[in-house]
Design a protein around this ligand. Structure first.
Ligand code: FAD
Ligand code: NAI
Length: 477
């Protein structure tokens, strides 16, 4: 880092996935860029979020899969065992490789990295208290706020007790808990519930709403709950947690339900009730009038805040709390800051959940499409009718597509193998505004999971080929 270097075209506060992408894109466009990071390059996603969770989910899936290889004719002598210390070391190696790669990319793009806490003094000046205690003041033409988010600590009794953990600690456990109660049935809880259950824990999920992952398609939510229950995970919905205590050497979670208080015991409690924007260091801008909404920075579709020359992206804006949205917003902000004209389009944002099997969705859910009114046709294709899924024993779940009046794809949801990769086909079709006719003429290789996506569209048209369907009333020939 060049400490004497103080003047930049663009300064980015926060080197999470939104911030570092913004910095690289701005540098590609010729800007002299500085980025300030107080904790770790790569932010939440690369260090304690997306990447480490997927590394450990992979470990858990491979481990659980070993118990099922008998049916493939593979015999393993004795019982497989898990060394969580080694699994966590594997995860850390993955994180290090990726964050190290990002640091190299920043360097190659000549982005100056400041290792310290940033405090925005004005839209053009930032004070940095560096790790070594020294303070530097930086100047910039434009500022991009990318300070991300942090875990919500709900204020109920017992939240700071022993064996009460959050997602970051859950990804550092060097021992598999004998039992675990997850507070919240959102994305983090269902992913980590699958992980710990596959590693051998007894897992209970306690969610206050009537459904897990409540914003997703109802049919998918129900299928997930059935699937988790069948695997042996206890799911309690309509149960609002109010306290955590100690009882009989265990943690006890007490929740209020329709029929009164109910308790759930476990060796550990995982709290995952959402995240909130991280805005420390932005106080002066807020005093100067930076528009905020419920603790989040307000930015328009060009990622401009109301202060000229100040942009904001990612979780601190908090439209979706998704890494790929933070990245895209980072590109948009950088391009606009460099005089281009870029806009975010939030209509086609894929949502991915790494349960076993995976869930992925894009666009409207069936309920949202029906509430919107107009003609809606829904096609569903089960994985059990897909050859590749049978061959790989991944037959749980279905693919669902929602078509509008003219065959336009309004939304899609996949519960099944490799859903998180497959969803991109629907996203691309929606982005390109393809109708079902246009999507259907695309030849899909055989045997692949992708054939199920075409079959779901065929099903919406009443002419699926690998399940029997009476032509739906009004279906086109
Ligand atoms: P962050 O990644 O939070 O980065 C912000 C950075 O700013 C941090 O490094 C922070 O230290 C720094 N910073 C803040 N204030 C200052 C300051 N004053 N000075 C200097 N630096 C500062 N999303 C997905 O899309 N897919 C997933 O699979 C997924 N899995 C997840 C799993 C978990 C367990 C968690 C917690 C989240 C997951 N997410 C996932 C969400 C994803 O991590 C976030 O949406 C993403 O990290 C947001 O990126 P960001 O750059 O806006 O913020
Ligand atoms: P979330 O908002 O997805 O879920 C929190 C859940 O906790 C909600 O269902 C809520 O009803 C419930 N809840 C709140 N208070 C409660 C109480 N007192 N008792 C019982 N239930 C209660 O938040 P989560 O899971 O913490 O994740 C945060 C964000 O991180 C997500 O919004 C997501 O965008 C992101 N993320 C994304 C992933 C992905 O894309 N695969 C993976 C993990 C996180």
């Amino acid at each position: 880092m060049a400490n004497e270097e103080r003047e930049f075209d663009i300064l980015v506060i926060g080197a999470g996935i939104g911030g570092y992408i913004a910095a690289i894109r701005a540098a590609q466009l010729g800007a002299h860029v500085g980025i300030i990071e107080k904790q770790y390059i790569g932010g939440t996603c690369l260090n304690v979020g997306c990447i480490p969770s997927k590394a450990l989910l992979h470990v858990a899936q491979v481990y659980a899969g070993l118990k099922e290889v008998d049916k493939l004719g593979i015999h393993i002598e004795g019982q497989p065992s898990i060394d969580m210390g080694a699994a966590v070391a594997f995860k850390e190696k993955v994180v290090k490789q990726l964050t190290g790669g990002v640091a190299q990319l920043l360097k190659a793009n000549k982005v100056a990295v400041f290792d310290g806490v940033a405090e925005a003094l004005s839209p053009t000046r930032v004070k940095v208290t560096q790790k070594d205690g020294s303070v530097v003041e930086l100047a910039a033409g434009k500022l991009i706020l990318a300070t991300g988010s942090e875990t919500i600590m709900p204020p109920f009794p017992g939240i700071d007790g022993k064996n009460v953990i959050f997602s970051t600690e859950a990804l550092e456990m060097t021992k598999v808990p004998e039992s675990l109660v997850c507070i919240g049935g959102g994305v983090i809880a269902v992913e980590l519930a699958c992980m710990f259950h596959a590693l051998g824990s007894n897992v209970t999920i306690v969610e206050m709403l009537p459904s897990l992952i409540a914003n997703e398609d109802e049919e998918v939510c129900k299928a997930l709950t059935r699937s988790l229950t069948k695997r042996g995970i206890t799911v309690a919905t309509g149960a609002r947690v109010e306290s955590i205590s100690d009882a009989d050497g265990m943690k006890r979670v007490t929740a209020m339900t329709e029929s009164g208080p109910q308790t759930f015991d476990g060796e550990y409690v995982l709290v995952a009730v959402g995240r909130k924007a991280q805005t420390r260091g932005l106080e002066t801008l807020v005093s100067a009038g930076l528009a905020m909404d419920r603790g989040k920075v307000v930015a328009n579709e060009r990622m401009e805040t109301n202060l000229p020359g100040v942009y904001a992206i990612g979780d601190v804006v908090g439209r979706t709390w998704l890494a790929h949205v933070a990245e895209t917003e980072g590109e948009v902000a950088a391009e606009n800051a460099m005089g281009h004209d870029a806009k975010m389009d939030y209509t086609v944002v894929p949502r991915v959940i790494y349960t076993f099997p995976e869930i992925a969705a894009v666009g409207l859910t069936e309920q949202q499409a029906r509430e919107r009114g107009g003609a809606v046709r829904v096609g569903k294709f089960p994985w059990v009718a897909n050859g590749k899924a049978l061959a790989t024993t991944e037959t749980e779940g279905f693919t669902k597509v929602i078509l509008g009046e003219y065959g336009e794809i309004l939304g899609a949801a996949i519960f099944g193998p490799d859903a998180t990769n497959l969803i991109t086909e629907f996203s691309l079709a929606m982005r390109a505004e393809l109708t079902s006719d246009e999507a259907l003429v695309t030849i899909h290789p055989h045997p692949t999971y992708s054939e199920a996506l075409r079959e779901a569209i065929l099903a919406a048209e009443g002419r699926a080929l690998h399940i029997y369907q009476r032509p739906a009333a009004g279906a086109r020939a």
